[in-house]
Design a protein around this ligand. Structure first.
Ligand SMILES: [Zn+2]
Length: 482
């Protein structure tokens, strides 16, 4: 067995984390290449747009305004940027613009311990380009940061994977077991391509040993009282559910309104939802996270976190009141996102509608959540319709060979980081793979401080060249063990 602590970067031209990022561009090594490739790939406007329209027939969720020529241009650039990858790996397109690479393993039964490394190259729109310090699709490299939409979410991860593979191939390395790269093109909307890729693999009898997608990161200043960075690895994600609430009324002139018309009835339902949050609990994964943070917190907190088991009830209660993020960690949450009533100022609404965007707690189900919602609203005249919904994912283990391997690789590149499992509040493409793999993890090997995390889906998204290099080193280390 190969030593997981061996420095996989030895013998390459990668710089050490202590080097100044500005020197990266001078070197012919993979860092300069990674930055140059990412800079180009950012310029392709591979934007996914999501619109929720109540008026559309059938599925009320439509993808509009996707510029397929930008996706084609992105795909066309890859063989030029990564010639060794495209010479040595099989590539097929899935569901139009998603990409599935297979790097054949050299072991006799290479397919029986296959792994899947995931990323997505679609991005959310840059709504206010004028507010960016550098234009969102410029890929501007200022010597410290590479700027642009998708640098962190999630083209940077795609580049780190391809860059690592390119380096390893050039050094003559081949993995023992089959290695797949699954790159989605619609993660920011429906994620149907990831589902298609998982189906394709399932149809070929592939049951991955490990799946790794975006999600967590090496987070600086993420938790109060914890001074060291935290490498948070997503072991599960909450379910996502959109429910349409609909009320009806005969309508008519606004000068003679009825009592409890469509809009008032809807408003009452929304108020009831607001006043009756879903029940709270502290998931075991979150308790485990607190235990791992414990030794790195100041004394009063340290004692509390060391006794999570005993103090579960008060900690859960406290989480509900500390802030929106900690609250979301302890329960199913409901956000009313869209509202629709009458289309004219002096006309009664014949129908009123709202969309409830619900994040279903791990362990719950879409069905149970809708039933609970009916109970909270307690009004049969409010119609509920599930627009789209996914149950929460199963929970991957925070121990065992796959977990230990990830932890080893993270520890080699980020020795300061506290490594911990956590439950993701958002969704990733990887949830589509939980049907064929019990060890699905969500982690991008990049250091992100609070500002970096805040730039995702917002203005001034950028990645530091230093952490892009760390990402490449992480994947090189990992690929050598797969
Ligand atoms: Zn993403």
């Amino acid at each position: 067995m190969r030593n997981p602590l061996q420095n996989a970067a030895a013998g390459t031209t990668l710089k050490s984390p202590g080097d100044t990022p500005g020197s990266a561009g001078d070197a012919p090594g993979s860092t300069g290449r990674a930055a140059a490739s990412l800079a180009e790939l950012v310029t392709y406007r591979t934007v996914s747009r999501r619109t929720v329209s109540f008026r559309a027939e059938g599925s009320s969720r439509a993808e509009a305004g996707v510029e397929t020529d930008q996706f084609e241009a992105f795909i066309a650039a890859l063989p030029r940027l990564y010639p060794a990858v495209h010479a040595g790996l099989e590539l097929e397109r899935v569901n139009g613009h998603a990409l599935l690479y297979r790097w054949p393993g050299t072991a006799p039964a290479a397919g029986q311990r296959a792994s899947v490394l995931m990323a997505h190259y679609d991005v959310v729109p840059a709504a206010d380009p004028g507010e960016w310090t550098q234009a969102p699709f410029s890929g501007h490299n200022d010597g410290t940061f590479l700027w642009g939409r998708g640098t962190l979410d999630d083209k940077g991860q795609l580049v780190a994977i391809l860059e690592a593979a390119e380096s390893l191939l050039r050094s003559g390395y081949a993995p023992a077991h089959d290695l797949y790269f699954s790159f989605g093109n619609n993660e920011e909307t429906a994620g149907h391509s990831a589902a298609a890729a998982a189906d394709l693999l399932a149809g070929r009898g592939v049951t991955p040993w490990l799946v790794l997608d975006e999600g967590g990161a090496v987070a600086g200043g993420a938790f109060p009282g914890v001074s060291r960075p935290a490498a948070v690895v997503g072991v599960a994600e909450k379910g996502i559910l959109d429910v349409e609430l609909l009320t009806r009324d005969p309508g008519g002139h606004a000068s003679t309104p009825p009592r409890m018309g469509a809009t008032a009835r809807l408003a009452r339902a929304l108020t009831r939802i607001e006043r009756s949050p879903f029940p709270q609990s502290l998931p075991e994964v979150t308790a485990e996270m607190l235990r791992r943070f414990g030794p790195h917190t100041p004394p009063p907190l340290r004692a509390v976190f060391a006794n999570v088991g005993l103090l579960r009830a008060p900690i859960t209660w406290l989480f509900g009141r500390l802030g929106n993020e900690t609250n979301a960690m302890t329960r199913t949450t409901v956000a009313i996102t869209t509202l629709e009533g009458s289309s004219a100022a002096n006309v009664l609404a014949a129908t009123a509608k709202a969309n409830a965007n619900i994040r279903v707690a791990v362990g719950e189900t879409v069905e149970g959540t809708v039933a609970q919602l009916r109970k909270i609203i307690r009004d049969p005249k409010v119609e509920l319709r599930v627009v789209e919904g996914n149950d929460p994912s199963p929970v991957s283990p925070s121990s065992g060979a796959q977990w230990e391997l990830l932890a080893d690789c993270i520890g080699q590149v980020f020795p300061e980081a506290i490594i911990t499992p956590y439950i993701m509040m958002g969704g990733t493409d990887s949830r589509r793979f939980t049907g064929i793999c019990g060890t699905v993890y969500r982690f991008a090997p990049f250091f992100m401080d609070a500002r970096a995390r805040g730039s995702i889906h917002a203005v001034d998204e950028k990645i530091s060249l230093e952490t892009l290099d760390q990402g490449v080193r992480f994947y090189e280390t990992l690929m050598r063990e797969l």
